[in-house]
Design a protein around this ligand. Structure first.
Ligand code: 13P
Ligand code: SF4
Length: 303
């Protein structure tokens, strides 16, 4: 499978971009593995003809929006996102009509149709910077993740109107389960994604994007870390930060949390996608064009 994918990559002049939550074997064949922001920059800047995007649908859509001349493939088109599903474009359009003077900041975990209705996009890697770039007197609606939105409010001191969306994977982590695990590992640092609920975030030594988790664990003098996010993250941490111990954050019912959407991509369907040049991300030019402006604003603001 690995040989086939390498051969096909050359034949198709393809680049493989993978999110930190992908299965280890996909991360190991990818040209770049990273968070949503890093993936957006790589997708924009690639000179390859084909982008094999191993992540979820909204991420592959973002790649198509920023680099429309490329063929963007997603191994399984049903690799969605519960958080993106929690904000519907029709409902957001209605809200905007009723609240015309509010600036809309959208977390990148939303559909292209939602992006097209927003003023600026952010990721967990730059949400604080993006919100801080908006004039103080403006009212802001933050969609779709209420947990990330609450965290940004605490970091910026800005009042945000929050869309009531959430990620079903990060909502599973509980204060009780993380607290009990820390008692067994008193020297461990807790690193949590901002999509976790406030009761979990308050236990964390560091709350950050998946990419920043790598930097934090590498530079911290601690030897042991409890990683409170999707379990795929631990593969990169173990590979790139050797000699340290990484423990998956538990929920009340299991010792690790998997995103079922991220796990839809496999080496088999990745090979098939490169072989057949399908399933491909297709967007109307109207939506793509409108979604591009808020993404470009974010890319200008940077990390
Ligand atoms: P990151 O941008 O931090 O990688 O997060 C993406 C995501 O989907 C988290 O659930
Ligand atoms: Fe979406 Fe949550 Fe999966 Fe991230 S972990 S892709 S937010 S469902």
């Amino acid at each position: 499978m690995i040989d086939r994918i390498q051969k096909l990559k050359k034949q198709r002049n393809a680049v493989i971009l993978a999110h930190n939550y992908q299965v280890p074997e996909i991360q190991d064949v990818a040209d770049f593995v990273g968070d949503s922001l890093g993936l957006a920059y790589h997708a924009r800047d690639t000179t390859a003809d084909v982008i094999l995007f191993c992540g979820v649908h909204f991420m592959a859509e973002t790649a198509k929006i920023v680099n429309p001349g490329k063929t963007v493939l997603l191994p399984d088109l049903t690799a969605g996102c519960s958080l993106a599903d929690s904000c519907d474009a029709v409902a957001l359009a209605k809200w905007k009509t009723e609240n015309p003077d509010v600036v809309v900041v959208a977390y990148i975990n939303c559909t292209a149709a939602v992006k097209a209705l927003t003023d600026v996009i952010c990721t967990s890697g730059n949400a604080v910077k993006v919100v801080n770039s908006i004039p103080k007197e403006k009212r802001i609606l933050f969609v779709p993740d209420q947990n990330l939105g609450q965290w940004v409010m605490a970091q910026t001191g800005r009042e945000l109107i929050l869309w009531p969306g959430a990620c079903h994977v990060h909502m599973m982590f509980t204060h009780k389960a993380i607290f009990q695990l820390r008692q067994q590992h008193p020297a461990a640092k807790i690193v949590a994604h901002p999509e976790c609920v406030a009761a979990v975030r308050m236990l964390a030594d560091e709350v950050c994007s998946t990419e920043r988790m790598i930097r934090y664990c590498r530079t911290s003098p601690a030897k042991e870390f409890i990683i409170v996010t999707e379990v795929g993250m631990l593969h990169r941490l173990r590979k790139e930060v050797p000699g340290k111990i990484f423990i998956p954050g538990p929920t009340d019912t299991c010792n690790c949390s998997e995103c079922p959407y991220m796990k839809k991509n496999t080496l088999e369907n990745a090979v098939a996608a490169l072989e057949n040049l399908t399933p491909e991300i297709v967007l109307t030019e109207e939506i793509r064009h409108r979604a591009l402006t808020p993404i470009e604003r974010m890319l200008m603001i940077g990390r």
